[in-house]
Design a protein around this ligand. Sequence first.
Ligand SMILES: [Zn+2]
Ligand SMILES: [Zn+2]
Length: 194
Amino acid sequence: MSEALASRRLRVPVASLMKKLFSRERFRADLDIALGEQGLYERGEGGGLRLDVWLESSPDGIRVKGRMWGSIGMECTRCLKEYRQNLEIDVDEFYRRPGLGADAGEGRKLPREAEMPEDDAYLIEENAIDLNVMVNDAVLLSMPIKRLCSEECRGICPYCGKELNQGPCTCRDEHVDPRLEILRTLLEGEDEDE
Ligand SMILES: [Zn+2]
Ligand SMILES: [Zn+2]
């Protein structure tokens, strides 16, 4: 879970926006995102997750505010099949202008601390804002602890491997529920002690 999302579409040029202070631009993208073993990745064009934000320029940088909603592809931890996980996330982030103290222009000097990005702010780099890390972080933070295609998912039979959502398997009579199996072993153990 180390690699971040790397969609080219999420690198947004902002040079013109930065020239006009307090101007706004809307940015929308439909993303086909799935969660794999390495983290989130983009599968193709268009998809179930929509990002709809306003980019607003200020002397310090660009505010990104809006919403992300829809779904991403994930694997159910019980049946191991892909399902769509619904998401709805409010977005409100700040992308800081780099090197503020040095090139603020018109002789404006900012305190030295302003050169350092705040902990919770991203940086504008090469006249673009990279929304990948922002989307990546927001999506991963909103993931449920239980990743199930459905609360009722029956998963896979541990003995024959059949997907039990499609019906019972034939080894059902031979093997009881593993939790009951433990109980049975305990009871049998008691028998042996006698
Ligand atoms: Zn499932
Ligand atoms: Zn079975």
